[in-house]
Design a protein around this ligand. Structure first.
Ligand code: SF4
Length: 465
């Protein structure tokens, strides 16, 4: 894959630099309608248990010792281990409540700990948590068991304990190794401590390492990011996520302290991304779309080649078509045909669980039109190509008739070289991969309705460029 930005003008960038979802779900959480009965959550879990099929479990562990200024996660900054110990007790109560519904008869195909910093918890605490989960859910052969770690606080004892529990996927936050960038984002992390965690993880049997990077941060330059790339490529992670920095200070107040005036402009950001893309591809990585790369033998790269790559609340994945249970503060799941989210505040989450076992505070029953548009959006996001006949067969529609407005809009993107519109399919071009969210948003009914009503996209979304 070779990408040139020679045809990308400042005028074109200003047209496409808009606020849009990243589509880890459709509809996105801001558009959920709360039609499902939150009080029936236990019955919905019980019904999902009777339906069978594999299930993914995501556990949110929100604690960190220091705040990174770019952070967009649901995070709780503290050094107080009493708080995290209490949270763990509450989480175990939520897991017990799930166990009582019978959902655990379904085989576990994926378990992921995200945060926050999961390794804020000690090896013993992580062991207690994992044993509680495995007491309810039995991993199927080949299940993906992984977690996010912050190399600055992760010890060898934790990695060994996790490996002995069956964890084999490690995802490390790096963002950028440039000292000036690290100072600006309040995250000082050396190459050596990062490499140490990668090496210890591999020595303990972790088969897959992912590294998260971010472009669009203050003081980033093409040259500086090349040096970060040199270090990352030497570690040869199986997967890399190169995220576009999401600046949403109206949601994450601490981001106001970030010197966004020193961040690269949209064209320079694209250059940094395209430089990195070429480096990864030259080093043998497959580009999976949007912000993900993987070595060809990795499951995700294989899934992309076979057209089975999926996307859910955890981003791209190979198990994302399985239903998903979210545990912990703010965790999101998809169970029994509906999306569910736990209370996003620590106090609210703990109070709800202690009162009733569960903490769901928001939901959305998926409707027929949601399912249709989700298939279209996820097809574009995950495969970069959409066969109209597959959608027509599955949903009993005539694609060109149902999506006449959307196709007319896509014709403008086709003129800019971002998509190709064929009679039987829509193809996202290589250049269009850089504007993937702009392509997908065309099919978002909720986004379109809000634009028509207010003339502006929802301010909760980050900018596409
Ligand atoms: S370590 Fe991760 S979750 Fe914690 S503050 Fe930094 S970016 Fe946010």
């Amino acid at each position: 894959m070779s990408l040139s930005l020679s045809g990308v003008t400042a005028e074109m960038i200003s047209r496409y630099a808009t606020a849009a979802p990243r589509y880890t779900s459709y509809p996105t959480a801001v558009d959920w309608l709360n039609q499902a009965d939150l009080g029936n959550y236990d019955q919905r879990l019980a019904r999902a248990g009777r339906e069978g099929g594999p299930i993914s479990v995501y556990v949110h562990l929100p604690f960190c010792e220091h705040l990174c200024l770019f952070c967009g996660c649901n995070v709780h900054i503290t050094h107080n281990r009493t708080k995290s110990a209490h949270y763990l007790d509450v989480l175990l109560r939520e897991i017990e409540a799930v166990g009582r519904t019978g959902l655990g008869v379904r085989p576990l195909t994926q378990l992921h700990y995200g945060g926050g910093t999961p390794t804020f918890f000690s090896a013993d605490e992580l062991t207690r948590l994992s044993q509680a989960i495995f007491a309810v859910f039995k991993p199927e052969p080949g299940a993906e068991i992984g977690l996010e770690v912050d190399p600055r606080v992760t010890t060898e004892a934790q990695i060994r304990a996790l490996a002995s529990l069956g964890f084999h996927r490690l995802s490390l936050g790096v963002q950028d190794f440039d000292p000036q960038v690290q100072a600006a984002i309040n995250r000082i992390q050396s190459v050596e401590e990062t490499r140490r965690v990668v090496d210890v993880g591999r020595a303990c049997g972790f088969r897959s390492v992912n590294i998260d990077l971010i472009y669009g941060l203050p003081y980033q330059t093409q040259e500086g990011f090349q040096r970060t790339m040199d270090e990352v490529l030497q570690m040869r992670p199986e997967r890399v996520a190169l995220f576009h920095y999401a600046h949403v200070p109206w949601l994450k107040k601490h981001q106001t302290a970030l010197e966004v005036g020193m961040a690269p402009d949209p064209l320079l950001k694209l250059r940094i991304f395209v430089d990195a893309l070429h480096r990864f591809v030259d080093a043998g990585y497959d580009y999976l779309g949007l912000d993900h790369f993987a070595l060809p033998e990795d499951e995700m790269a294989k899934a992309r080649r076979m057209g089975t790559l999926k996307r859910n609340f955890m981003g791209y994945g190979t198990r994302a078509n399985a239903e998903m249970l979210g545990l912990g503060v703010s965790a999101i799941g998809e169970i029994d045909g509906a999306f569910w989210q736990n209370d996003p505040t620590l106090e609210g989450y703990e109070r709800r669980v202690l009162e009733g076992g569960f903490a769901v505070h928001k939901c959305h029953e998926l409707e027929g039109d949601d399912e249709l548009r989700r298939s279209v959006i996820m097809g574009l996001m995950c495969q970069g190509e959409l066969a109209k006949s597959a959608i027509e067969r599955r949903f009993g529609i005539r694609f060109d008739g149902t999506f006449a407005t959307e196709l007319a809009e896509l014709a403008h993107l086709a003129k800019d070289g971002l998509v190709e519109l064929h009679p039987d399919r829509i193809l996202v071009t290589d250049l269009g991969q850089l504007f993937l969210r702009n392509v997908a948003v065309v099919f978002d009914r909720y986004y379109r309705a809000r634009l028509a009503a207010t003339g502006a996209p929802k301010s909760t979304f980050s900018r596409t460029l």
